[in-house]
Design a protein around this ligand. Structure first.
Ligand code: ASP
Length: 423
């Protein structure tokens, strides 16, 4: 049994969906579960819709129409006939009704987010499943929310393994054994029976959850790049493929923000020794990268560049000039934790603490609110975080990257050099 995951780029247009069908038609030899994300950049649009809905903005209607036409155009190009299309139509109608209603004033932004954003995955998987059936690739559409059971923490739910694994084993496995199953990444259901999501880019993690529970033989993540590269090939001319990685190395790269694999994906696979393949859906015959248990490091010879754009920088200083040590750090970290702001890099001196994190206005405001009584808080936007993994290997491309740019934060460990640069 195998698990495939196709991300947004692999289903961003009718041509892309046809390509998915081509890739799948050459993999019919073993039972298959296919996890699919929302199409293209639709999750970003869904986020805009939540924002407009939650803050009762006029743009709400236009954003919804954009989402609707985007999917309808793909359907038209795929020439799915009207009868098949009604299921997608129903989802669009449900979404429209939801956002047309006045919002419940007692409901939080995160709850509304998880009510609305999963429509991206639901619609995408419906379209792909209908199209594949039409092309003669028989498959069954399954709602992932019936199997991925999570805590009630909206937008960053934790999987409840004791609840999910038996459900997947007893309910989903027999279905996958019979026929290819198409399902959604990123979404789950909380113990309160409401929608949850696993965090942006969480579909890789969904694939790993299913693979773990199904005792799959392998997971393949299909990407628009050749495999795991030592740098983003769209930004670095000389990027090279890393053919083999150990689980630990993959965890390390993901930790520093290599976006090719979602950080939580590796652990469930490592614990059951399930190999992970990262391959190109544009060139499926190429070997790509394999991540598996491997005692010896394979990355020693390769310098890796990881770039995180859209960073915010926060400076926190004590009002009473007390040192930023245990007691103040406890307050600071607890504020980060409860506002859901994830630190990408931090540094502290005697009376100040600086950190960078992914720009997110709402989370940042919540953080500042929690800290401002006890600390002087300043923040600014417009930074890029560069991590050079294995920086000690000698010649690096760093001088070109940092030429003329101001360094706001700098940190070195034995394996990684991290620089926060002003844009
Ligand atoms: N659609 C979600 C996102 O764009 C999940 C994913 O693609 O992995 O973040």
């Amino acid at each position: 049994m195998r698990v495939f995951k196709f991300g947004g780029a692999s289903v961003k247009s009718a041509t892309a969906v046809k390509n998915v069908s081509k890739v799948l038609s050459t993999h019919t030899e073993a039972p298959l579960l296919v996890v699919i994300s929302a199409m293209g950049k639709i999750t970003n649009k869904m986020e805009e819709l939540v924002d407009a809905y939650y803050h009762t903005k006029e743009s709400k209607k236009n954003i919804f129409e954009e989402i609707k036409y985007f999917h309808q155009n793909i359907i038209a190009e795929l020439q799915i006939d009207e009868y098949d299309y009604y299921e997608v139509d129903n989802l669009l109608i449900e979404l429209e009704c939801m956002v047309e209603k006045k919002r419940d004033q007692t409901s939080s932004y995160d709850v509304e987010y998880d009510r609305i954003v999963p429509f991206g995955e639901l619609i995408s998987t419906k379209i792909v499943s209908i199209f594949l059936n039409k092309m003669g690739y028989k498959n069954r559409w399954i709602d992932a929310r019936n199997f991925v059971i999570t805590t009630n923490k909206n937008r960053a739910a934790n999987v409840l393994w004791d609840e999910s694994v038996p459900l997947i084993k007893s309910g989903l496995k027999p279905l996958v054994e019979k026929q290819t199953v198409i399902t959604q990444g990123f979404i789950g259901r909380g113990l309160n029976h409401k929608n949850t999501t696993l965090g942006r880019e969480g579909s890789d993690y969904s694939a790993a959850i299913f693979a773990y529970a199904l005792d799959a033989d392998s997971v393949t993540i299909w990407k628009d790049v050749e495999g795991v590269m030592n740098a983003d090939p769209r930004k670095f001319e000389n990027a090279v493929l890393i053919p083999k990685l150990s689980y630990n190395e993959a965890i390390e790269l993901a930790y520093y923000g290599a976006s090719v694999i979602h950080p939580k994906t590796i652990q469930p696979l490592k614990s059951k020794d399930i190999p992970l393949y990262v391959k190109s859906f544009l060139d499926p015959k190429k070997p790509g990268t394999v991540v598996l248990e491997n005692a010896s490091r394979t990355l020693n010879e390769t310098q890796c560049y990881i770039i995180k754009e859209r960073q915010s920088l926060i400076k926190i200083a004590s009002r009473d000039f007390s040192f930023i040590v245990e007691d103040n750090l406890e307050i600071i970290f607890s504020a980060f934790n409860s506002s859901g702001v994830q630190l990408n890099l931090m540094q502290n001196s005697a009376i100040s603490f600086m950190a960078c994190f992914n720009a997110d206005k709402m989370k940042r405001n919540a953080l500042v609110e929690l800290l401002k009584e006890k600390f002087v808080v300043e923040w600014s936007e417009g930074y890029t975080l560069i991590t050079v993994f294995n920086y000690a290997l000698g010649s690096t491309q760093l001088p070109t990257i940092i030429a003329g740019r101001k360094i706001a934060l700098e940190q070195k460990s034995s394996s990684a050099l991290q620089l926060l640069l002003e844009d």
